[in-house]
Design a protein around this ligand. Structure first.
Ligand code: XMP
Length: 509
């Protein structure tokens, strides 16, 4: 890919955000770990150095050799990157006496400098660092300050190297996007040609070349990623794409039939496989959450394998993998701990000997949606909340029975349809109901009841990594609770989950 921007990751929590902001400018970029600078830089037009949780003064901090890059490509060094350039080139970086976190305003700006074009005095920026640049590096020219940070931005004379102490990628840096545009478009002269339309054209051509006349099998889940991947492949290879949509018996109410119908209307060559009984059998008596995930994962592979074998001479397995799953992360605290084992099609048996094709592997989630819109996929399908692979199994706490699935499907349908009727669905990132493994006492008419409790959960989030509960209107909650208790036999109490993530997770299991 020409017109590519290289983002060197030093382990900052904001690195992916830099990439997303760059992509919003219709510019393609890739994140690479600081210690794996690509040998061939010919496709790259500019480099951004990310922030980092490290202090440049620490011995174990990232200290890569940038001689391959500097003076050859325009560089924008952010936060740690700015300190790194100063520290090793004759400047001075020290622990700061005052905390430099949060909002600040740029007080002195050299607005005749290209980097600050169209950015005015007092522009708000976001700081997050404990070291500060006391002295600029050799040939450093100060470009901006804040009341607390004298060297908030500088450039190095005689080369196209720029450095900023603040984070242009975060929302609170009001002119952050303008600054990135100034650097990438005005200074580095990168073309803004990464559009959904260009992506579709390029990907369809690549898929045609890669696949030729071979057959491809793909597991559809009803979610955005697998759907967009399928439509792209369909555009490239038509009927040679064989889609399999498995009903694991743990989908939302009526979802299997309605989504299958939608897929058929889209012209996809799709086979619906109702394997509910097989899944429920595999789950019988298992209460442990990881045990449930494993049973579902294994059964999925068995079912998918059976179906894929019916297709003669299939050569490729397509997956809806997206960029956040692919980025090699810089380990800051040692290997990351697996909190929950997420189930996907990745574990297909090696004997299937299928080559993998992943048309979305360079896209962020919001880009997948934009590509989906470009492909004219139904808005409702594209706007669907995420839904976990193991489905309702991890929202029924404890063991799974057909009766519990039925109860939860009814409750979930009332909640989700209610959100849609009250125009709240699109304001929520993810919502669902959880069936608790406790009974509570109630009265209905003259009778005492001893029935199930359900919890409702609705969260706002951008990527599911952090989330907060949504302040749904009391009227809506009241109406929903009444409807559930009146209509769903076996439930006599509804509660609303008001926990944020962290420390809670979105799913209860
Ligand atoms: P947690 O519960 O970890 O969820 O806060 C974050 C996001 O991941 C989804 N999730 C899963 N997705 N298989 C999946 O495909 C799983 O086992 C799984 N567990 C959680 C969850 O719905 C939320 O969007």
């Amino acid at each position: 890919m020409h017109n590519n921007v290289l983002i060197l990751d030093f382990g900052s929590q904001y690195t992916q955000l830099i990439a997303r902001r760059v992509r919003e400018l219709n510019i393609y970029c890739e994140i690479h770990p600081f210690n794996k600078i690509p040998e061939d830089l010919s496709g790259f037009k500019a480099v951004i150095l990310s922030g980092s949780p490290f202090s440049v003064r620490a011995d174990d901090a990232p200290h890569p050799d940038l001689s391959q890059i500097r003076k050859k490509l325009p560089v924008l060094a952010v936060c740690y990157g700015a300190q790194y350039l100063a520290h090793f080139n004759g400047g001075k970086v020290e622990a700061s006496e005052i905390r430099e976190y949060g909002r600040a305003n740029l007080s002195v700006i050299k607005d005749d400098e290209m980097l600050f074009g169209d950015i005015t005095e007092n522009s708000q920026v976001w700081m997050s660092h404990s070291d500060t640049i006391k002295e600029l590096p050799e040939n450093g020219v100060r470009l901006a300050s804040t009341p607390d940070v004298i060297n908030a931005a500088y450039r190095i004379d005689g080369e196209e190297t720029y450095a900023i102490q603040f984070h242009p990628e975060v929302y609170h840096s009001t002119d952050g996007k303008q600054l990135l545009e100034n650097f990438l478009v005005k200074i580095a002269k990168v073309a803004q040609e990464w559009t959904p339309e260009a992506f579709v054209d390029m990907t369809v051509e690549d898929l045609k070349k890669q696949i030729g006349d071979d057959k491809v099998v793909l597991g559809l889940s009803g979610g955005v990623d697998s759907t967009v991947a399928a439509v792209l492949l369909h555009k490239a290879i038509g009927k040679n794409l064989y889609c399999i949509f498995v009903n694991n018996g743990l989908l939302r109410k009526n979802e299997f039939e309605s989504v299958l119908d939608q897929y058929k209307h889209m012209g996809l060559n799709v086979r619906g496989v109702d394997a509910s009984a097989r899944f429920l059998e595999a789950l019988a008596g298992i209460s442990d959450p990881e045990g449930k995930r494993k049973a579902i994962g294994k059964t999925f592979i068995d079912v998918f394998d059976d179906e894929a074998h019916r297709i003669q001479d299939v050569k490729f397995l397509a997956q809806g993998t997206i960029y956040p799953d692919v980025i090699e992360s810089v380990s800051v605290n040692g290997p990351s701990v697996t909190i929950k084992s997420h189930h996907n099609v990745g574990g297909l048996p090696a004997y299937m000997k299928l080559k993998v094709v992943e048309p979305l592997r360079m896209l962020f989630k919001d880009e997948v949606r934009r590509v989906g819109a470009e492909l004219e996929i139904d808005k409702e399908l594209l706007g669907r909340h995420p839904f976990p692979g193991p489905g309702l199994a991890i929202r029924i706490l404890g063991d799974i029975t057909p009766e519990k699935v039925r109860i939860l499907q009814e409750v979930d349908a009332i909640f989700i349809n209610g959100l849609k009727e009250w125009m709240l669905y699109d304001k929520v990132w993810q919502a669902g109901a959880i069936l608790l493994p406790v009974n509570s006492v109630g009265v209905m008419g003259d009778e005492r009841t001893y029935e199930k409790v359900v919890a409702l959960r609705a969260v706002e989030s951008t990527d599911g990594m952090t989330a907060d509960w949504v302040n749904l209107p009391y009227d809506f909650l009241q109406k929903t609770s009444n409807t559930i208790i009146n209509r769903v036999k076996g439930v006599n109490r509804v509660v609303y989950d008001i926990s944020s993530k962290p420390p809670a997770t979105i799913e209860w299991e």
